[in-house]
Design a protein. Structure first.
Length: 302
């Protein structure tokens, strides 16, 4: 059993799977979430549920936060009962996808306490978080990053870990990654919808484009599910819209005209407005299908 104790604040699809994987890797794991059913699931698995987020951090050498929005993250750290408190001494791994200015706020707040913080967002889905095959993108003080407790936890969760630079760099690169990935997927789904309209079978499109220069990680991960009309959410259209919007805001703050990124954001916003926001990002295909009146896949009832 590892001597490093780990806390996880936010036990949703990503955080909950990370907590369970760390438990499987023989860490002592504490957790907290605002949802009672999620806390119960974690406790049934063998983890220790704490009464509050601050209690998690008090008992942990390394504390992961995995939460849905920048505002929620800021509230959890700096609000009433927040993590950034003089009674807490831990190394925070902030693994949410948030705006870099929020990272700066967190670093300033944690800097007034005995704790340290690394922004450490990850790429990969819930299955990767369960299997320990994520990719970590880390920003913050390099000596803290290189110290044994965060290295032990990151290496347990990630197949690859990359140090990005000073505080905020990890979150910035995560936004850039998601913008590129979701842009690739958007163009891929528009393209295969055109191929279907032209009369090319969906499986044939997948067989050829998936093995040609056109392919991408996003296309390879989503197209098999698209062919099965499986749009159960792994990463939703609404989350894609949120993350790309943060990247556009980052560009605006730097007075950088992000023309293509802005267009990608508008199209994911349109897909959300058309009712697909809670579907997996592959469902952006439906927006193009409804425009053209054709469908890809085997089951027209789905």
């Amino acid at each position: 059993m590892s001597d490093t104790t780990v806390g996880v604040v936010g036990l949703g699809k990503m955080g909950g799977n990370m907590a369970k994987h760390l438990f499987d890797e023989s860490f002592e794991v504490y957790g907290h979430d605002v949802q009672p059913e999620v806390r119960e699931s974690f406790a049934e698995y063998g983890g220790t549920v704490a009464e509050s987020a601050r209690d998690v951090a008090r008992q942990s050498d390394v504390t992961i936060t995995s939460l849905p929005t920048s505002q929620i993250v800021e509230d959890v750290y700096t609000g009433d009962g927040g993590l950034a408190h003089e009674s807490v001494e831990t190394i925070f791994l902030e693994m949410s996808t948030i705006a870099p200015p929020t990272t700066e706020t967190l670093a300033a707040a944690v800097g007034k306490t005995p704790s340290e913080i690394l922004d450490a967002p990850i790429t990969g889905g819930p299955e990767d978080s369960r299997q320990g095959t994520l990719t970590g993108l880390v920003g913050g003080k390099k000596p803290v990053f290189e110290s044994e407790p965060p290295q032990e936890v990151l290496n347990a969760l990630c197949a690859e870990v990359h140090y990005a630079g000073d505080s905020g760099s990890g979150h910035a690169i995560k936004l850039l990654n998601n913008t590129m990935s979701m842009g690739n997927l958007l163009l891929a789904m528009e393209t295969v919808a055109l191929g279907s309209r032209y009369g090319i079978d969906g499986d044939r499109l997948w067989d050829i484009l998936g093995n040609a220069s056109a392919t991408s990680v996003a296309f390879e991960s989503r197209m098999p599910r698209v062919l099965e009309r499986d749009f159960e959410a792994g990463f939703t259209i609404d989350f894609a819209r949120k993350d790309i919007g943060l990247a556009v805001e980052m560009a605006d703050a730097e007075d950088y005209p992000m023309l293509m990124g802005g267009m990608v954001h508008r199209l994911y916003t349109q897909a959300s407005n058309e009712g697909f926001g809670e579907d997996d990002v592959g469902a952006v295909l439906k927006m193009f299908e409804e425009r053209e009146g054709d469908r890809i896949g085997d089951d027209p009832e789905k």
